[in-house]
Write a protein that binds this ligand. Structure first.
Ligand SMILES: *Cc1c(COP(=O)(O)O)cnc(C)c1O
Length: 817
């Protein structure tokens, strides 16, 4: 093996720490920042980064997971782990970056650096596909392009690699220099310059200047003049410059783009001749990314014929894991597109956070990792499977089959995907969570097809990363120590049940809350262990509440008394609801004496929390009333506190209160709709990510004459005639009849189109006059562009109702990356 390696002493020499506690001379192969995802604990160095949460808080967890090498900046942790090597530095992030830079400087390979507002990851992955036959390529995993992602990527360069492809992303000024120091690209690609992240810069020019810093020492620079704001060519970076353009003269000047059968045929002028290529995608973004790759191949000296031949074979880049329902009550995590050890670790992490089935199964193909023997590679994987509590492995491919003896769990091996498919009935998949992970050439989509339920043409896609991002957004607004209760009532506002709860449990939310006992039971049956509050605990369900360890909300004396007379336990946790102005449920001030007397007479229940609900936290007009409610609440909580001789949690803030009333956080907040991507208390929802996207498809396209009508009651008219598309969503799916007759709009290929006629039970019709559409085309009902807020406005309701109305008949598919 030809790998560069560093001992902890080498690293200490590079970092020059304030203090170095050395216990042994470990060889460091991996740098890690997440104590949960550890592949190789002995060879990993953990960086206690302080971001929104302090990484030092995870040292104990990291130690528990077997890590024995730490970089820290808080001296009080220096001697806490007797058998660990510890480097104390002044800035943990800078040290991580310094190490990456050092590693970069040890290797003299060609490096492509990519930046721009969009398309970085796709261009990187496509260049990898296009160039993998000549080069041994090291590239950023996923979209690791930040101040943290870049050093983790650059660290992985070793002596075997002949080409590096790294992306760099910035969100504000002064960030590119450090990225450039680490990547040191010899070839630079600016994908484009959009409005994204513009808030961190005072102008487009400032943003462009910052991006171009990445390329200050590049030999070759590839760009489009439309994205360089008219900057003179001489001011652009790169000893050699290569331009492409749709608008003006350029080294690769695009003449025309013609869509054919879901692909795009492109002609261009290059070195005075006309050349052509075929990009095997239909959407606009893919065409631009394809042209950037085309320009890169030509700039690198490939002939137009070679370039065309390779571009035609590009395949879609999917870095998202898909969680969906499978046969025989299985859950399927589909990752049938890539197989390398770092993406395997991420996928296993996601598998591990699923609790809904007792059994976790992995179907894995041979993995291709350069510079590692099979034995080393599969031993690493075996350790990973143990750590992530996988119960069953089905290996597909000659290499993994030859390594069978390294795995210590239930295993089955097949030489090929075909052999798996032939034995499929004998594998008896049932009531388990199955991760399907295979290198592209194993065509694991054949396996997914066998075990996953077919997803119908109307689906709601739920982005779990966006949900986790929204949680983080609110968490960052909390004062230290404030707990979080996540509202997962009504099927998590329509987004899902255990799929969402698993994620919230993984992200260490303190409490979940549901409306009804049944919802709580479903979560318990899916393996959710964290505390769950039930807001409407009907007495007929007390038995189930206790059996499933659910915690009831107590909102009046009657329910308190019947609960006390029912239960046998001691100190059973309950939550007291106080009415401070909603006038729905809850104790009022005159009830408190009797409440306290009743509580004093029993040791069967213990008050875990006392809470109230705000009626208008999102609206400025109600701020006075919000203050009054908070005040009334704390007064009443004080009375309860005096009456009980123990502490309890006090909470009143819902989503908009967190964003608008920071002084109402008390001991805990209850986040609802904000998690799912909407907050009426924020200006234009700023800072939140869209979680749910509802999509359907076109079933039929018809031409309509001027005097013809469309749909029931002859309500739909196109006065001048035109074209309609029938789509597979109706009021039974949750698309309200109120959207009929042009009130509602949907998005087809980026164009807004209105409804025609009334909304039917399972279908509705859209006016697509003048658009090039056909059966099977995708139609967006809501997404980040056409938001639930817009839909709510169209029919005079609130986003909550739009989300929760999407019926259970619409399949949910979860994405995670
Ligand atoms: C639904 C609910 C919430 C969450 O409200 P959002 O506005 O969605 O954040 C909080 N508290 C109670 C009691 C609720 O019923």
């Amino acid at each position: 093996m030809n790998n560069t390696y560093y001992t902890i002493s080498d690293i200490a020499e590079i970092l020059n720490p304030i203090s170095f506690k050395k216990e042994n001379d470990s060889v460091i192969r991996k740098l890690v920042i997440d104590s949960r995802t550890v592949i190789d604990p002995d060879g990993s160095l953990f960086f206690a980064l302080s971001g929104k949460r302090d990484g030092h808080g995870y040292l104990a967890d990291a130690y528990h997971n077997g890590l024995r090498n730490f970089v820290i900046s808080d001296a009080s942790y220096l001697d806490q782990y007797p058998d660990a090597n510890v480097l104390l530095v002044s800035d943990v992030l800078l040290s991580l970056q310094l190490l990456a830079k050092y590693n970069r400087e040890q290797h003299h390979l060609k490096v492509i650096g990519i930046t721009g507002s969009n398309g970085k990851t796709i261009v990187k992955e496509w260049l990898y596909q296009l160039l993998a036959s000549e080069f041994n390529i090291i590239r950023s995993p996923k979209s690791f392009n930040s101040q943290i992602g870049v050093p983790l990527s650059v660290w992985e360069i070793d002596a075997d690699h002949t080409l590096g492809i790294f992306e760099a992303g910035i969100s504000k000024g002064e960030e590119m220099e450090s990225l450039g120091d680490m990547i040191q690209p010899s070839i630079g690609i600016l994908t484009n310059l959009g409005e994204a992240h513009a808030e961190g810069f005072s102008s487009q020019k400032e943003k462009l200047d910052e991006k171009l810093k990445l390329f200050k020492d590049a030999e070759l620079f590839i760009y489009a003049p439309e994205y360089t704001l008219g900057m003179p060519k001489n001011d652009l970076p790169g000893q050699v410059k290569f331009s492409w353009s749709l608008k003006e003269q350029a080294d690769l000047q695009i003449l025309f783009i013609e869509p054919i059968d879901g692909r795009n045929y492109i002609r261009a002028k290059f070195k005075g001749a006309e050349i052509e290529c075929l990009i095997p995608f239909s959407d606009k973004a893919s065409v631009e990314n394809g042209i950037i790759c085309w320009a890169t191949l030509l700039a690198l000296g490939y002939t137009p014929e070679q370039a065309d031949e390779r571009l035609e074979k590009l395949t879609r880049v999917s870095m998202r894991l898909e969680l969906k329902n499978g046969i025989n009550q299985c859950s399927i995590i589909d990752d049938s597109y890539s197989a390398d050890i770092s993406s395997l670790a991420i996928a296993l992490d996601f598998l591990n956070l699923q609790n809904q089935h007792p059994k976790r199964t992995l179907i894995l193909s041979d993995i291709f990792e350069t510079g590692k023997s099979n034995e080393v590679l599969y031993l690493e994987i075996a350790a990973l499977l143990k750590q992530k509590e996988v119960n069953r492995l089905i290996g597909v491919g000659p290499n993994i089959t030859a390594s069978a003896s390294l795995f210590n769990l239930e295993t089955t091996f097949f030489d090929s995907t075909q052999a798996f498919v032939e034995s499929f009935p004998a594998l008896h998949f049932s009531n388990e969570t199955i991760l399907v992970k295979g290198a592209r050439k194993f065509e694991f989509e054949r396996i997914s097809k066998l075990i996953a339920q077919k997803v119908h043409d109307t689906v709601m896609e739920v982005d779990l990363n966006a949900l986790a991002g929204n949680l983080q957004f609110y968490r960052a607004k909390l004062q230290p120590g404030v707990k979080i209760m996540a509202m997962v009532k009504a099927f998590s506002y329509g987004s899902g049940s255990f799929e969402i709860a698993n994620l919230l449990q993984y992200h260490k939310v303190d409490y979940l809350a549901v409306a009804y006992t049944d919802e709580g039971i479903a979560l318990r049956k899916a393996g959710i262990k964290m505390p769950i509050m039930v807001m409407s605990p009907e007495p007929s369900a007390f038995d189930a509440i206790v059996r499933f360890k659910l915690e009831p909300e107590i909102y009046n004396l009657e329910i308190l008394r019947s609960f006390i007379s029912f239960i046998q336990e001691v100190n059973y946790p309950v939550h007291l609801k106080i009415d401070t102005g909603m006038h729905r449920l809850g104790f009022e001030e005159p009830d408190l004496t009797e409440l306290l007397n009743t509580l004093a007479e029993t040791d069967k229940v213990k008050v875990a929390s006392v809470f109230s609900h705000l009626v208008g936290s999102e609206e400025g007009a109600h701020d006075e009333f919000t203050k009054y409610q908070v005040h009334r609440f704390t007064d009443m909580a004080d009375i309860i506190s005096k009456g009980l001789n123990y502490k309890f949690i006090r909470h009143i803030s819902n989503t908009s209160a967190i964003s608008r009333h920071p002084d109402a956080q008390l001991d805990m907040v209850r986040i609802g709709i904000g998690l799912y991507g909407f907050d009426a208390g924020l200006k234009a929802n700023k800072g939140l990510q869209t979680v749910a996207v509802l999509k359907t498809t076109i079933t039929q396209v018809k031409d309509i004459k001027p005097n013809e009508t469309v749909g029931y009651g002859r309500r739909g008219l196109l006065p001048e005639g035109g074209t309609i598309a029938t789509v597979k969503i109706g009021y039974a799916d949750g698309y309200s009849r109120a959207f009929g007759n042009g009130v509602g709009r949907m998005l087809i290929k980026g164009k807004m189109v209105p409804t025609v006629g009334v909304i039917c039970m399972d279908m509705c019709m859209l006016d697509v006059t003048g658009l090039d559409v056909k059966t099977g085309d995708e139609v967006v009902v809501f997404n980040s562009e056409l938001t639930i807020a817009t839909l709510a406005e169209q029919i005079g309701t609130i986003p909550y109702e739009i989300l929760t109305n999407v019926s259970q008949r619409v399949k949910r598919v979860y994405f995670y990356e």
